[in-house]
Design a protein around this ligand. Structure first.
Ligand SMILES: Cc1cc2nc3c(=O)[nH]c(=O)nc-3n(C[C@H](O)[C@H](O)[C@H](O)COP(=O)(O)OP(=O)(O)OC[C@H]3O[C@@H](n4cnc5c(N)ncnc54)[C@H](O)[C@@H]3O)c2cc1C
Length: 520
């Protein structure tokens, strides 16, 4: 099969790019589940942009750089902030409705922002965006969306990308789709960790595929842990948005003490890494809670209807009860190294959104900058995308294979549980050289166990698990190499920032069967 642009992933980054380039040529979007299933769909807090008169692009830049702990690329941050208001208009043009107050866009604040600049749609901003974009792409005649189509690998020869191998899950068939440009917009890696806000789809497929094909992967040690997720036995780590703290919720420990002021003078709005570590510390003495009971009930119900409903399912009424919280893996700052146009070191391969690393976040991400990043850089990439139309579509001999389909195998399930638990225990919020070494050994064993299940090769879970092990290896190696603490990466054995030796990015590449490490 042939197309002009093959986009893998139907979150905000993939759909924005697809909608923008459909006017140039044929767009094929392949997505592994239903179109709507994505991290985007779960985003709560909102999207940051300096849209108000008393805000400024300069302040947004300053706040982003500060949270990035010296590793954000200043030029890229400037582009992000400058293009912010345009990106918002872009979303509004797709039909996204942001909350308003007195005819002005309502803005909220979140950790690390020096003022209110986060636009939102209640507490389900991501769903509003994903639904609006889904409607647009369904109406678009120049694009087609293949749901339940899992990209196994990209097709690369001599550092040039020709398309991707896709497993059509329903028809149980593997097809090669050849394209003039291939775009990875496959989202995050959170599911590699036992405790995460991410859905099951977040297995880092794009990063793993790109790595296998020779792409440069950067900043993988910087996994952001969200400080406040529901901490109730039997309940998922459902995100309790930072916007609650932005709107006045406080953190208290078992004794009812507002402990966070002991850790940072910004209190509840300190950067996420500081709050996560503070909570982990307080959890040693008992539970930690978010408290928004002092706010007017009707206000809470109106502002946080989804969080209220979700917590009620587990017997917590946020207008009356304390909300037990703990941190969970949330976001990867690193990924496939790209420039601002999404270009990678492989010709005709682009990457956008959470799977990409433009270096905009550096060592930590400012809240609500990731939806923005996805729109800004996929729009910039789309502006240049016409140039790919001159590429010949080079179809290699078509390989069609029957696939077993979505078989769930107990052996795979066991490996998955082991991997996710070990990543949480050894490469979580507080890391040590000893635990990272343990994890590297564990990963070698897990790889061998996975290889021994070869008979089930053609199975989505098998491919995902291979990708998860690859991504876990990249995170663990980078975390092991970085002998300092910076942003989201905290090493108990190297607890301070070391600008003299470590004000640089760790880049990982595959050379034969070896991992090549370089610094940028
Ligand atoms: C609970 C939660 C709340 C959040 N809240 C906010 C917020 O308020 N503000 C903010 O800025 N950010 C927030 N984030 C982060 C933000 O949502 C994500 O970073 C952003 O949505 C990523 O968009 P994306 O398009 O890159 O990836 P995604 O939206 O995750 O989309 C990835 C797509 O790729 C597909 N895919 C993956 N692998 C394959 C494969 N092998 N083959 C085919 N398809 C594949 C998936 O099915 C999916 O369609 C939140 C994240 C979570 C989990």
């Amino acid at each position: 099969m042939k197309t002009d642009y093959l986009v893998v992933g139907s979150g905000i980054a993939g759909l924005n790019f697809a909608l923008k380039v459909a006017k140039y040529g044929k767009v094929t979007v392949a997505t592994k589940k239903e179109i709507i299933e994505s991290n985007t769909n779960l985003a709560q807090g909102g999207i940051a942009a300096a849209t108000r008169k008393d805000d400024s692009i300069k302040l947004h830049i300053e706040d982003t750089l500060k949270v990035g702990y010296g590793l954000s690329n200043k030029r890229i941050v400037e582009i992000l902030a400058e293009k912010g208001p345009e990106a918002i208009q872009n979303l509004i043009s797709f039909g996204v409705k942001f909350d308003k107050e007195d005819d002005e866009l309502h803005l909220t604040t979140e950790g690390g922002h020096s003022m209110a600049r986060v636009l939102h749609s209640g507490d389900s901003t991501g769903r509003e965006i994903e639904q609006a974009m889904t409607e647009c792409i369904r109406e678009n005649r120049d694009s087609e969306v293949f749901e339940n189509c899992f990209a196994i690998d990209i097709i690369v020869k001599n550092s040039k990308c020709y398309g991707a191998r896709i497993l059509d899950i329903k028809n149980k068939e593997i097809v090669d789709i050849f394209a003039r440009a291939t775009i990875l917009a496959t989202g995050g890696i959170g599911y590699v960790y036992q405790n995460t806000t991410n859905p099951e789809i977040a297995t880092g497929d794009g990063i793993a595929m790109a790595f296998r094909a020779g792409a440069r992967i950067e900043d993988m040690e910087f996994v952001q842990f969200h400080p406040t997720t529901l901490n109730k036995l039997g309940a998922p780590h459902f995100l309790i948005s930072e916007a609650l703290r932005g709107e006045g919720a406080i953190l208290v420990n078992e004794e009812g003490e507002r402990f966070i002021v002991r850790y940072d003078k910004m209190g509840e709005l300190a950067p996420r890494d500081i709050i996560s570590r503070a909570i982990i510390n307080e959890l040693k003495g008992g539970s930690v809670y978010l408290d928004i009971r002092h706010k007017d009930k009707s206000y809470v119900l109106d502002r946080f209807p989804m969080i209220h409903q979700e917590c009620l399912k587990y017997g917590i009424d946020i207008t009356r009860d304390l909300i037990p919280v703990s941190p969970a893996a949330h976001y990867i700052c690193g990924g496939i190294r790209t420039n601002e146009y999404g270009e990678t070191n492989i010709a005709n391969l682009l990457a956008f959104g959470e799977c990409a690393c433009t270096e905009v976040h550096g060592a930590n991400r400012l809240a609500s900058n990731s939806l923005l990043e996805s729109v800004v850089f996929s729009s910039l990439g789309a502006q240049r995308a016409k140039r790919y139309l001159k590429n010949e579509i080079e179809a290699m001999p078509q390989q069609r294979e029957a696939a077993i389909g979505n078989v769930v195998h107990q052996g795979l399930r066991d490996i998955e549980v082991d991997l996710r638990k070990a990543m949480w225990d050894c490469v979580g919020i507080i890391r040590t050289g000893e635990n990272l070494n343990l994890m590297l050994k564990k990963l070698r064993k897990l790889e061998r166990r996975l290889d021994s299940l070869d008979g089930d090769r053609v199975n989505v879970r098998f491919f995902e698990l291979k990708n998860m092990v690859t991504v876990a290896n990249l995170i663990t190696n980078a975390a092991h190499i970085r002998e300092e603490s910076r942003g989201t990466h905290y090493r108990e054995d190297y607890p301070t920032v070391d600008d003299k030796n470590w004000l640089k990015h760790i880049c990982l590449e595959k050379r034969g069967e070896k991992l090549d490490v370089s610094f940028a």
